[in-house]
Design a protein around this ligand. Structure first.
Ligand SMILES: [Zn+2]
Ligand SMILES: [Zn+2]
Length: 124
């Protein structure tokens, strides 16, 4: 798979990797271009490209985005979300893992949103 990404997507990926917790799209708009608010389509296009390539994931629970922890391994992300500090940690779910949960082959997964909400070690 080609990992060619646009300059905006590269910059968004840098911002996500530098953050210690998921970042909201609006905060990416503010950080993307120095001092100017980036246009929403620019940020969403960049995010979509990163997610399509498996370089970033959406954190639905927080309505925010995070860099993938293991972009070179094929997986569905299982995200553990602490609502207290808003940090997440990612575990990798493989296609085989999913098949064990979904026997029968009568359903073809295209998107898996796997998120657990709970208290992280720092907040417990
Ligand atoms: Zn991942
Ligand atoms: Zn926490």
């Amino acid at each position: 798979m080609s990992r060619e990404i646009t300059p905006s997507a590269r910059r968004v990926l840098e911002l996500l990797r530098a953050a210690d917790r998921p970042v909201k799209a609006y905060d990416l708009m503010r950080q993307l271009e120095d001092g100017r608010l980036a246009k929403p389509p620019t940020v969403y296009r960049a995010l979509n490209q990163l997610m399509t390539l498996g370089l970033a994931h959406k954190v639905y629970t927080l309505d925010a985005f995070t860099a993938c922890a293991s972009p070179d391994e094929p997986h569905y992300p299982l995200l553990r979300v602490c609502p207290n500090c808003r940090r997440t940690s990612e575990l990798l779910v493989t296609g085989e893992d999913l098949q064990r949960l979904l026997p029968g082959g009568d359903f073809f997964t295209s998107l898996a949103v796997l998120e657990l909400t709970g208290v992280c070690e720092d907040c417990s």
